[in-house]
Ligand binder design. Structure first.
Ligand code: PLP
Length: 410
């Protein structure tokens, strides 16, 4: 069946006609048939260079041979045990050796579960209820930290159709604004359990913290008995093997991870200091469990992936990211286009705006209409990116120089 027929068929089964996170395709979504390395092919046989990478997990590209061999051999000896395995310990050690704040860890099944669990844990640990999050951040499809209502393909992540938090347990603060957070903390510090932050906001384009902002978050939370949670579902193993914590040299109390940790298979994790994590031990008072926690397939894929992520790996990958961003800037300057590219390491985003305002302001203001035209033009030119301006694009180690040149031409 072609994409059009598949879409018509799928409308019978899925609300809005799609089950995958990809949305807002006009006139119908691209249905994928297969993928390998940096490429995906749709059911019509069109080939695309993929800069969405499954929304980020595939840092090695699609179906890395070594990951797949290991996963297949694991599948032949069991896919779900409901009991601990040696590999689980091996992966835990790999994460704890790399991620500064991780002294103990719990594997779950997605980034959403990881952030929900970390928030529940923070509340249980210090007996307070409120959570501070930042405007434009995304922490998963749950209502702990999503507040506003609204909908639409191009909606900001603050507006995902979640009803207003009537308990007022979620406090939303502008990102990179020290004074706003100071004020909130003066008013509410006895009620705030944790501040949760995407150290680099990857769900509103790609917005870096101002110089010193993460240090400020660390200090103000510590001074006020508030836990600091880094949501590293995107940045974990993406910016460096220790994630944003290593990249910016700031250690939070808790970290949430997802995407890359499962090597392309469903998995999330949360980790942190002993005294906090011990609250979920059997005798602790914070409940966390899941049928597929630490399932052997995702664990094996995670081990196979993390094994490859050494310093040279990041040096080479980030070089590609820098080259791509610099070249785009040069093209934009030469043609005097009203466009700019932002990002860091292997993350990038393009904005239809060159105003001299912060990245965050640009992300909020960018022209959605023009982005959707650009998205379709890119598709027509064989480039696949997330279909929303608010989601970051990624490169993997399997993107070749030739892929990058094609991206630049497109
Ligand atoms: N946190 C951040 C920063 C994310 O980017 C995402 C997903 O994109 C999540 C949490 C939720 O992760 P998942 O989609 O695996 O549930």
């Amino acid at each position: 069946m072609n994409s059009k027929d598949l879409f018509n068929e799928s409308k019978r089964y899925f609300p809005g006609g799609v089950n995958s996170p990809v949305r807002a395709f006009k006139p119908y979504p691209v249905f994928i048939e297969k993928a390998k390395g940096s490429k995906i092919w749709d059911v019509e046989g069109n080939e695309y260079i993929d800069c969405c990478l499954g929304y980020g997990p595939l840092i090695l590209g699609h179906s890395d041979s070594n990951v797949i061999d290991n996963v297949c051999s694991q599948a032949s000896i069991g896919t779900a045990y409901g009991a601990p395995t040696e590999n689980e310990i091996k992966l835990a050690k790999m994460v704890i050796d790399r991620v500064p704040c991780a002294e103990m860890i719990r594997f779950v099944n997605s980034g959403t579960e990881a952030t929900m669990s970390a928030i529940r844990l923070a509340r249980g640990f210090n007996g307070k209820n409120k959570i501070v999050k930042f405007e434009g951040s995304y922490h998963g499809a749950h209502d702990y930290v999503l507040v506003k209502s609204g909908s639409g393909a191009a909606a900001l992540p603050d507006s995902l159709g979640i009803p207003e938090d009537t308990t007022k347990n979620t406090l939303t603060c502008p990102y990179n604004d020290e004074d706003a957070l100071k004020k909130l903390i003066v008013d509410e510090k006895d009620n705030i359990a944790a501040v949760i932050v995407e150290p680099v906001m990857g769900n509103i384009g790609c917005v870096e913290p101002n110089n010193g902002y993460l240090e400020f978050l660390r200090e103000i939370t510590e001074e006020n008995n508030i836990l600091l949670i880094f949501d590293e579902v995107i940045t974990g193993f993406r910016l460096s093997s220790g994630g944003a914590q290593t990249y910016y040299s700031i250690t939070p109390d808790l970290v949430t991870m997802g995407k890359i940790i499962g090597g392309g298979f469903p998995m999330g994790a949360f980790a942190g200091k002993h005294e906090i994590m011990e609250m979920i031990a059997p005798e602790g008072n914070v409940y966390q469990a899941g049928t597929f926690n630490g399932n052997p397939i995702s664990v094996k894929a995670g081990i196979s992936t993390l094994n490859k992520l050494d310093q040279d790996f990041y040096k080479n990958l980030n070089k590609k990211g820098n080259y791509l961003r610099n070249q785009i800037s040069e093209i934009v300057d030469n043609l005097d286009l009203n466009i700019q590219t932002v990002g860091l390491a292997s993350m990038f985003q393009i904005y239809f705006n060159r105003d001299k305002v912060t990245n965050y302001e640009i992300a909020k203001k960018s022209d959605i209409e023009r982005f959707s035209i650009y998205f379709h033009e890119l598709l027509d030119n064989g480039i696949f990116i997330p279909p929303s301006q608010f989601e970051c694009n990624f490169l993997s180690s399997s993107h070749s120089n030739e892929d990058i040149e094609k991206l630049l031409i497109a």
